[in-house]
Design a protein around this ligand. Structure first.
Ligand code: PBG
Length: 327
C-alpha cells in the first residue's frame, strides 16, 4: 500500500497522537550527574570552558546530591581534585582525600542516592596519564594493582559503583578481585569499556586538571575509526566481571552505542562528554541555537541509539525541562 492510502502524517496530527506513538522516552531516572570535588570549604568555581559546571568543595557537593534526588536523578559520578600529585598517583587511594570524603558524607546524608566514582590515575599523576609511565609509555600491568587499590578505597568510603576509565587491559578483573577479597562483592563495576581517544574531552581536562603533560592517550584509548573493536572490549570486560558497560563519548558514537546494545544483555551507559556539552553552551550563548531543544534532542538520540543510562552535565537542567514539558 502506498500514498494516498498510507499517510504517515495521520499519526503526527497533535501532541496526544504523537505521545501515543512515541518510541523513546527520556526520563530523569536515566541520568547520572558528574561532579568535580575540590579542596576547601564553601568553594564553588565555575569551569570557564564548561558554563554551569563547577569544581566544588564537599559542602557544596552535598547540596548537589540533595538537588539530584529532588529532581529524580538517581546517581552522581564523582571526580576528585587532589591536594597533591606524584608519579604514581598515590593520592588517588588516600582515604583522607576529598573524593573519599565526598563519597562518605553523601552516602551518610542520602543513603538512597547512588554514588559512583571514576577510577583513574590521570587526575592524580603529575604527568597526567592514566597509568604508570615506563620507557615513555603507560605501562599496563604495573598500573593494575594501583587501580585496584583506588577502587577499593572508594568502596571503603561507601561508593555503590566504581567506574574504571583508564583503559588498561585487565583492570576490571583486577578491581573485581580486590573488591571481592575485601568483602565488597556487592559493589558493582561500571566499566568505561568502549572509550575512544577523543578530542571531545578537552574541556574536562581543564575541569579535572588531567591533561597529559606529554604525548596523548592513543596507546590506551580506542581509535575513533573502530567499531568492531568495541565488541572485543565489551566481551573482555564482561568476562572479567563488569556489571554495566559504557560507550564514551556519546554523540559521535551513536552507531557504537547501537552495536553494543545489540551484543549484550547488561545495561548500557553512554557519556555525553564535556566537549559535547560545551559546544551546545557556546552556541546557545551566541544565540545561534536553542539550548534546551538541542540538549534534549541530543540526549534523546543517545537513548534511541540504545543507551539505558546517560552520564551528562545537562542532567539537572534536563530533568527540570522534562518536568516542565509534562506539566
Ligand atoms: C579520566 C576521564 C576522562 C573523562 C572521564 N574520565 C578524561 C580523559 O580520558 O582524558 C572525560 C569526561 C568528559 O570529557 O566529560 N580518564
Amino acid at each position: 500500500m502506498e500514498f494516498p492510502i498510507v499517510r504517515p502524517r495521520r499519526l503526527r496530527q497533535n501532541a496526544s497522537m504523537r505521545t501515543l506513538v512515541r518510541e523513546t522516552d527520556l526520563r530523569a531516572q536515566d541520568f547520572i550527574y558528574p561532579l568535580f570535588v575540590t579542596q576547601g570549604e564553601n568553594v564553588k568555581n565555575e569551569i570557564p570552558s564548561m558554563p554551569g559546571v563547577y569544581q566544588m568543595s564537599v559542602d557544596h557537593i552535598l547540596r548537589e546530591g540533595e538537588a539530584c534526588l529532588q529532581l529524580g536523578i538517581p546517581a552522581v559520578l564523582l571526580f576528585g581534585l587532589p591536594a597533591s600529585k606524584d608519579e604514581k598517583g598515590s593520592s588517588a587511594y588516600d582515604a583522607n582525600e576529598v573524593l573519599q570524603k565526598a563519597v562518605f558524607v553523601l552516602k551518610r546524608a542520602y543513603p538512597e542516592l547512588l554514588v559512583i566514582t571514576d577510577v583513574c590515575l590521570c587526575e592524580y599523576t603529575n604527568h597526567g596519564h592514566c597509568g604508570l609511565i615506563s620507557e615513555g609509555d603507560v605501562n599496563n600491568d604495573s598500573t593494575l594493582p594501583l587501580l585496584a587499590q583506588v577502587a577499593l578505597s572508594h568502596a571503603q568510603a561507601g561508593a555503590d559503583i566504581v567506574a574504571p576509565s583508564d583503559m588498561m587491559d585487565g583492570r576490571v578483573a583486577a578491581i573485581r578481585q580486590a573488591l571481592d577479597v575485601h568483602h565488597y562483592d556487592h559493589i558493582s563495576i561500571m566499566s568505561y569499556a568502549v572509550k575512544y581517544a577523543s578530542a571531545f574531552y578537552g574541556p574536562f581536562r581543564d575541569a579535572a586538571g588531567s591533561a597529559p603533560q606529554f604525548g596523548d592517550r592513543r596507546s590506551y584509548q580506542m581509535d575513533p575509526a573502530n567499531v568492531r573493536e568495541a565488541s572485543k572490549e565489551i566481551e573482555q570486560d564482561l568476562l572479567e566481571g563488569a556489571d554495566l558497560v559504557m560507550v564514551k563519548p556519546a554523540l559521535s558514537y551513536l552507531d557504537v552505542i547501537r552495536a553494543v546494545k545489540e551484543m549484550t544483555t547488561v545495561p548500557v551507559a553512554t557519556y555525553n562528554v564535556s566537549g559535547e556539552y560545551s559546544m551546545v553552551k557556546a552556541a546557545a550563548q551566541k544565540g545561534w541555537i536553542d539550548e534546551k531543544s538541542v540538549a534534549l534532542e541530543m540526549l534523546l538520540s543517545m537513548k534511541r541509539a540504545g543507551a539505558d543510562i546517560i552520564l551528562t552535565y545537562f542532567a539537572k537542567d534536563a530533568a527540570l525541562w522534562l518536568k516542565e514539558e509534562k506539566s
